[in-house]
Design a protein. Structure first.
Length: 68
């Protein structure tokens, strides 16, 4: 005769299902392609090596205004 109750089996199955759903959602979250905003694309396109400090500050100010 088993010492387990049917309720224990149901609780264990529910916990396993919840864990599996959580893991699947986490994988989908991290595997999903990330769309870059226009500002992110602009920042990546900047050639910081060829910018003067003033040019960099002006560009930063422009980007900040776009976010507001």
């Amino acid at each position: 005769m088993s010492n387990q109750h049917p309720e224990d089996d149901i609780a264990r199955d529910n916990k396993a299902d919840a864990t599996q759903q959580f893991e699947q959602a986490a994988f989908e979250l991290f595997d999903a392609p990330v769309e870059q905003s226009e500002i992110e694309q602009e920042i990546k396109a900047l050639n910081l090596s060829n910018m003067t400090p003033i040019d960099a500050l002006v560009k930063l100010s422009e980007l900040q205004k776009q976010l507001k």
